[in-house]
Design a protein around this ligand. Structure first.
Ligand SMILES: [Zn+2]
Length: 409
């Protein structure tokens, strides 16, 4: 599965039409959820059938392409089925659903600000001569829009385009093409293993004491976000200055999230490429988001994403990724196995056995040791949680790289 993304260039009335389509998609999604709540034993197919009823009852719903309506219903269904799954699984294994990711059952919520609409194989047509324009043919009247970007759609057969998404972001509109193409990756063994310890001071430390520094955008971005946030809070409610300030803040958020993704993808690909076994701590989002320090939270988000890409590339390149339980990895001596208590501020590990190491290096050695003691992937996979949220996949995938994670559908 490959995701190619283009920026959309269009006229003002066309952007309005895109907004309209996104609003309709959200409407259908929410209506389906309501239908499921109000009726007993509703399944996936009932929701699909219900789409037709909606199109009949509401004129604006009828304007949206029928398959696009269906994919909205599918989004509603994926939230519902995730809820069912969560009800079955024990608390610790639940997918983090909301931002807090507290591992609750995650009763599906009504969407308030949907940002995308998804077409399948109908309702749109590519300009076949240049493939630099797409024409939306449903009654929504989006019409013909320009695609700006460096990817070349000529490279792929039209039949391989399985879905087309229109996405609204802080800095404009985007069009994603989801293609069913197998991405070939080089899978030669690297004859090397690595254990990673995540730190506050550096992004990670490996078992040989190599450190990757925290990327500069984390610090810089944090400062900028704080400043913009302050500015926003001083603006009058409902004023146009407030709207502008909000827009600026949103754009900065978008920029940082792109930098974060770019960083995570590049680093993860590099780490997986040059190692056969990658061991790291099984940190869950629940433990990570508790603190209020902004820099830390951006860092956590970056690390979380890095881990997702590690697992993704691990699968693609046939390497082993192991998430080990994070307990005591920094306390135990990697040489003799004795426990050496230390506080967060102690940066060096000094043991009675004569072992003297950087704190993070010691932890990385322990992580690798535990990792090598297990076979295959243990701990939890992050990928499923990501695949499940259609909306998030939309914003995660395909901006800086051409490879995106496989969707389960
Ligand atoms: Zn020791």
């Amino acid at each position: 599965m490959l995701v190619l993304e283009f920026k959309v260039r269009a006229k003002k009335h066309q952007y309005t039409a895109i907004d309209e389509a996104i609003r309709t998609a959200q409407f259908v999604q929410n209506k389906c959820l309501r239908f499921w709540m109000d009726n007993e034993k509703v399944n996936k197919y009932d929701l699909n059938k219900y789409c037709r009823v909606l199109a009949h009852d509401f004129n604006f719903a009828n304007k949206l392409n029928s398959q696009a309506r269906q994919s909205s219903a599918e989004r509603a269904w994926s939230a519902i089925s995730r809820f069912y799954d969560n009800c079955k699984s024990p608390r610790a294994e639940r997918t983090p659903l909301d931002k807090g990711g507290r591992g609750d059952r995650g009763f599906p919520k009504f969407k308030k600000n949907c940002r995308s609409v998804e077409y399948k194989t109908t309702g749109w047509k590519l300009d076949l001569t240049t493939r630099k324009c797409i024409i939306f043919t449903d009654k929504n009247n989006i019409g013909r829009v320009k695609l700006v970007g460096s990817y070349d759609l000529n490279f792929y057969p039209i039949e391989s385009i399985k879905r087309v998404r229109l996405i609204r972001r802080a800095d404009g509109y985007y069009c994603q093409f989801i293609l069913s193409v197998e991405v070939k990756v080089d899978t030669s063994p690297a004859n090397s293993v690595i254990g990673l310890d995540v730190g506050l001071e550096s992004f990670y430390t490996d078992q040989n004491g190599n450190k990757i520094n925290n990327p500069r955008f984390l610090r810089k971005g944090e400062k900028k976000l704080k400043r913009l946030q302050r500015k926003l809070s001083r603006k009058k409610l409902g004023s146009s200055n407030r709207r502008k300030a909000k827009q600026r803040l949103a754009k900065t958020h978008l920029k940082i999230s792109r930098q974060r993704k770019d960083f995570a993808v590049k680093l993860a690909r590099c780490v997986v490429h040059s190692n056969d076994v990658i061991a790291y701590e099984d940190l869950r989002i629940q433990n990570l988001v508790k603190n209020h320090c902004l820099a830390k939270s951006i860092n956590d988000a970056a690390w979380y994403q890095f881990r997702e890409w590690l697992e993704y590339f691990g699968q693609k390149m046939g390497k082993i990724t192991i998430a080990v339980p994070p307990q005591y990895t920094s306390q135990i001596c990697s040489d003799c196995g004795k426990k050496v208590k230390k506080s967060l501020s102690t940066r060096t590990h000094v043991c009675a056995c004569g072992c003297r190491l950087d704190r993070d290096e010691n932890a990385a050695r322990n992580i690798l040791k535990i990792g090598l003691g297990t076979v295959g992937h243990t701990g939890t996979w992050l990928q499923d949680s990501l695949n499940a949220c259609g909306e998030d996949t939309a914003t995660f995938s395909g901006f800086a790289v051409s490879i995106s994670r496989t969707e389960k559908s």
